[in-house]
Design a protein around this ligand. Structure first.
Ligand code: ATP
Length: 250
């Protein structure tokens, strides 16, 4: 029997402030798969990832994580989440403290960090090239360095599913290339990756398929007219659209 997909959602409807934001959205990500979530401003990308992470309630539809319904899922150490940069406000914490918080789901309450936690934190800092900035105040970092810190926090958890909301925003092109290579390697090792993107940039080489939202619905990029929706950037390295559930490319 094959293992259930790390992420599987069907028929999601979400309303916020009385307005429909997501309509009948279905999406899945399997182990080792890197999926882009695309769409114009306000199309519902952040709302979708927040819904999938249980941060926004859905009115209809179902979400399962590693085969477990969201309502009863508890093993959050298997999941890394990188929120939009602007959603994170930390006053005095150092880079290392923020990355250390990525180990929280592995720890029992009131337990000190163990050697295995320190090793995972060091490794995550190393992976994103911030080992030399571990003692710096987060607030003193550049936008791109802050973004890399948040990615390191998610990686410190050693997740099997990584959900990222515009992780490369504000990161310079050289560092984007390094992070894309890193994410590609992790996907090759079995990590499931869902990443909200405005610009594909170096991630194009890493992605297996894309799901595009338009006005809260999943759309077929090839049949959606530009006048109806902002369909997002072209996908130079992808051969075709994939069905959001089956993952089969056209
Ligand atoms: N708490 C809220 N209450 C009411 N409406 C909201 C709320 N949060 C988001 N929205 C609306 O939902 C729609 C989708 O927003 P969302 O942030 O999910 O889009 P997005 O695709 O991530 O946009 P962007 O690319 O600009 O980040 C927008 O019209 C937004 O105004």
């Amino acid at each position: 029997m094959t293992a259930p997909d790390p992420l599987h959602a069907e028929g999601l409807f979400v309303s916020l402030g009385g307005l429909p934001i997501l309509r009948d959205v279905s999406i899945s990500v399997s182990a080792g798969e890197a999926v882009a979530l695309l769409g114009g401003n306000g199309s519902g990308k952040s709302t979708l990832v927040r819904t999938l992470m249980g941060l926004v309630p859905h009115q209809e539809g179902s979400i399962s994580l590693f085969g477990e319904p969201l309502a009863t899922f508890r093993d959050w150490s298997r999941i890394g989440y990188v929120p939009q940069h602007s959603a994170v406000a930390v006053a005095n914490a150092t880079v290392r403290e923020i990355v250390s918080s990525g180990r929280l789901a592995h720890r029992r309450p009131f337990q000190w960090l163990r050697a295995v936690d320190h090793a995972a934190i060091d490794h995550a800092l190393d992976l994103v090239g911030l080992a030399g900035r571990a003692g710096w105040p987060f607030a003193a970092l550049s936008g791109g360095q802050k973004q890399r810190t948040l990615i390191a926090r998610a990686l410190a958890s050693q997740p099997e599913l990584l959900v990222m909301d515009e992780p490369l925003a504000g990161v310079d092109l050289h560092s984007q290339g390094g992070l894309a290579d890193l994410l590609g390697r992790l996907a090759d090792e079995g990590l499931a990756l869902l990443v909200v993107l405005h610009e594909l940039g170096p991630m194009a080489a890493v992605l297996h398929r894309a799901v595009t939202l338009c006005d809260g619905r999943v759309v077929d990029r090839e049949t959606t007219g530009a006048h109806e929706c902002q369909p997002g950037p072209p996908l130079p390295s992808l051969t075709g659209l994939a069905d959001p559930i089956s993952g089969v490319r056209s």
